[in-house]
Design a protein around this ligand. Structure first.
Ligand code: MOS
Length: 722
């Protein structure tokens, strides 16, 4: 089994993360946060802070650093700190103190006196639901309202009313914080007008692009290095406040600057997942065939409307076959910290609602919940003609049911000593996408090859994927590949987001390798070259002509070259007009609820996935395990409590619950492996996010099976099960 190449560095502490970089003369910054949720800053008295020992500078909206708002495709605008006096959430960055040491900066920051003109804050989704706005189209252009009606049907309501069996319910999900192990941080160094920033992020070239816009620099003047990334999953897509502030102050002060958020600051000075309210209406035939499906969603956003959690959209583009479909997606701007992409944005909370409702419908129909799901298996997204390129969801359920012992699931609860035991199931889906990516391959005279792309490995295993796909494409052993990643100076590799990186970079590697081999073959047959004028072929790292052969290194040396360099670029293309693409999964879970204490514990979990070709079994399994654990966390642990004044009541690791080892049993992950070469040449469909999809519903469905208590919100707590 191949272990991730960076694993030994990470577990021995040898991996250098952004904030681990230290430079001579480096100064340290501390970010000051607002203590109201809404209002205007009238004044900030920074005199005591400035006089404090070791302080070099204090920046505020009154004495700011110029930063321009970057705007990139897909992401849109990224907020830059300290540019105006308006406060729109509690914990918003409003100042930056730079000193000789971190402690001096922190202590000085505590001396700043802020006077606000406070205004009433909107902090509750339910309270302000009637002010909801229709969401804008999603990043890929899907409108906020979609209706598909069968021929001759007048309205969705008519279709629902005509359904023999109808089930309707409302579900809610909590606000979540990314809470990655590595707090957002950056070290910025200037050299002769050029900036290098060391900061964990999901796409080094996008980070460099955002920083260059913010600082008014040419793109070539900025280098972003993502050495290692301690967790990201959407939370480090955009450039962070520490990165903007470190870069701007390092220029102003003429010294390297480090800025890092404290753990508590991560909860407000970054961005998280919105809370949602979702209304489901399902109409079915007595045999379980869905005839009408409505999913109306509301989520909160910050006042800037940074990101809409598209819970309804998954239902419209991925889930079940139905002749009548109606979705709406609304948003409620609140005075709360920003919202952003978080692992399976939309599908994760959306599947909690839809897959709980399907479970409830199955009960109403007296059907097995797997049978109901398989019966409504779609061959294309609802209302669309483009068939799925590959879909083996029914096989995932079949294998899963067998492996998990689904047949032994009791109709009501089963007891084991003092524990009530139940089983739950849910479907997982996530769209298979890819983004444009360029990969450089350098063949070297010493028989090794560099495979390089800017991107990032936020812990997903992309570095290892580069070496494995590079090795097979060049037909040489993986230990002769030197993969390089996480540096905007490398060819632009797109981002580690949207479960796309393997498909995007992998396809580009294959194209680059083909080019490299073509050039080698031409080089070998050039006049004066060893196989001049002969028919040359390539295999196994060697060029062949008439039974003779030499390695590519020997060829390069023979023609007096150190290297041969090529790049390959890939982007989504014609395939998008021919098929629809998604990864699929069946999630199973066994939950035990204690008879007397009412605590709920997951005792077994299984995910069976159809994610196309698996490049590295261990890394793929780890991704899916992580996703499934995240789903358990959403179901039983995570949820931010926002006080009426906008302060987070549990914005720290003492009170924001996350599962620990004792909360998680063995996680069984199984693949049905059908390479999807209709999607891309590598055949991988993406698996970074799908692991979490469906898991929260599987837990809630198991809780119901164990206790008979249907909880329609997450997280599910002891109070819900009394
Ligand atoms: Mo992921 S939410 O696309 O980083």
């Amino acid at each position: 089994m191949i272990t991730r190449l960076d694993a030994p560095l990470k577990v021995t502490g040898a991996a250098k993360y952004g904030a681990d970089h230290i430079f001579p003369g480096m100064a340290y910054g501390y970010i000051v946060l607002s203590t109201i949720a809404h209002g205007e800053i009238e004044s900030m008295d920074v005199s005591a802070a400035k006089d404090s020992p070791g302080v070099l500078a204090v920046y505020t909206p009154f004495d700011s650093l110029t930063l321009h708002t970057p705007s990139l495709p897909v992401f849109g605008e990224t907020w830059v700190p300290l540019q105006d006096k308006e406060v729109t959430y509690y914990g918003q960055p409003i100042g930056f103190v730079v000193a000789e040491t971190f402690e001096q900066a922190r202590d000085a920051a505590a001396l700043i006196e802020v006077t606000y003109r406070e205004r009433p804050a909107r902090t509750s989704l339910t309270e302000f639901l009637d002010t909801a706005e229709m969401a804008p189209p999603t990043f890929n252009g899907a409108p906020p309202e979609i209706e598909v009606l069968e021929d001759g049907v007048e309205s969705f309501d008519a279709a629902l009313a005509a359904s023999p069996v109808v089930f309707e319910a409302t579900y809610t999900t909590a606000t979540q914080n990314h809470a990655a192990m590595e707090p957002h941080s950056a070290v910025a160094v200037w050299d002769d007008g050029e900036l290098t920033v060391y900061s964990g992020n999901q796409a080094s070239d996008m980070q460099a692009a955002e920083l260059s816009i913010a600082l008014g620099l040419a793109r070539e003047a900025v280098r972003a290095v993502n050495p290692f990334v301690g967790g990201a999953f959407g939370g480090k897509g955009r450039t962070s406040t520490p990165a903007f502030l470190a870069a701007a102050t390092a220029r102003a002060l003429g010294r390297p600057v480090k800025a890092a958020l404290t753990r508590e600051q991560v909860f407000t000075a970054t961005a998280g997942r919105a809370s949602t309210i979702q209304k489901l209406a399902l109409g079915a035939e007595p045999d379980g065939t869905l005839v009408a499906l409505r999913h109306d969603s509301w989520c909160h956003t910050d006042i800037a409307r940074s990101f809409v959690e598209p819970t309804s959209h998954g239902t419209s583009r991925e889930w079940y076959a139905t002749k009548n479909l109606s979705i709406t997606q609304r948003m409620v701007p609140l005075n709360v910290p920003p919202t952003t992409f978080m692992r399976a944005p939309g599908e994760a909370p959306g599947s909690f609602a839809l897959e709980s409702a399907i479970d409830e419908l199955a009960e109403k129909l007296g059907m097995d919940p797997i049978e109901l799901r398989v019966r409504n298996n779609s061959t294309a997204p609802p209302g669309h003609d483009l068939q799925w390129s590959s879909k083996h969801l029914d096989e995932c359920f079949r294998i899963g049911a067998d492996r998990f012992g689904w047949a032994h699931r009791p109709a009501g609860s089963r007891t084991d000593g003092d524990w009530l035991v139940g089983m739950g199931v849910a479907t997982a889906v996530f769209p298979a996408l890819r983004f444009p990516a360029t990969v450089g391959i350098t063949l070297r005279a010493d028989e090794t090859a560099v495979v390089a792309t800017s991107g990032a490995d936020p812990g997903t295993g992309l570095l290892t994927v580069l070496s494995l796909v590079g090795a097979e494409s060049l037909d040489i052993p993986a230990d002769r590949i030197e993969p390089r990643l996480g540096d905007s100076a490398l060819p632009p590799g797109g981002m580690s987001g949207g479960s796309t990186a393997t498909a995007s970079a992998g396809t580009a590697i294959m194209l680059a390798a083909t080019k490299a081999i073509d050039e080698l073959v031409t080089l070998a047959a050039d006049p004066g070259a060893p196989f001049a004028g002969r028919q040359v072929t390539y295999a196994d790292g060697r060029v062949f002509a008439d039974g003779e052969s030499m390695t590519f290194g020997e060829l390069l040396r023979a023609v007096g070259r150190e290297t041969l360099e090529v790049t390959g670029t890939s982007a989504p293309g014609e395939e998008m007009t021919k098929h629809s693409f998604a990864s699929w999964g069946a999630q199973f879970c066994e939950v035990r609820v204690h008879k007397w204490t009412r605590e709920a514990r997951v005792s077994r979990m299984l995910g069976v996935f159809d994610a196309g070709r698996i490049i590295n079994d261990k890394a793929a399994r780890s991704q899916l395990m992580g996703g499934m654990i995240w789903g358990v966390s959403a179901a039983l642990h995570e949820g931010l409590e926002i006080e009426a004044n906008g302060r987070l009541a549990n914005g720290d690791f003492a009170s924001y619950l996350l599962p620990v080892n004792a909360d998680i049993p063995e996680v069984d992950v199984h693949f049905v492996e059908y390479p999807d070469t209709l999607h891309n040449a590598v055949g991988a469909k993406g698996l970074g996010e799908i692991g979490t999809v469906g898991m929260a519903a599987a837990v809630a469905n198991a809780v119901y099976n164990a206790t008979g208590i249907r909880v329609r919100h997450i997280p599910i707590t002891i109070e819900d099960l009394l």
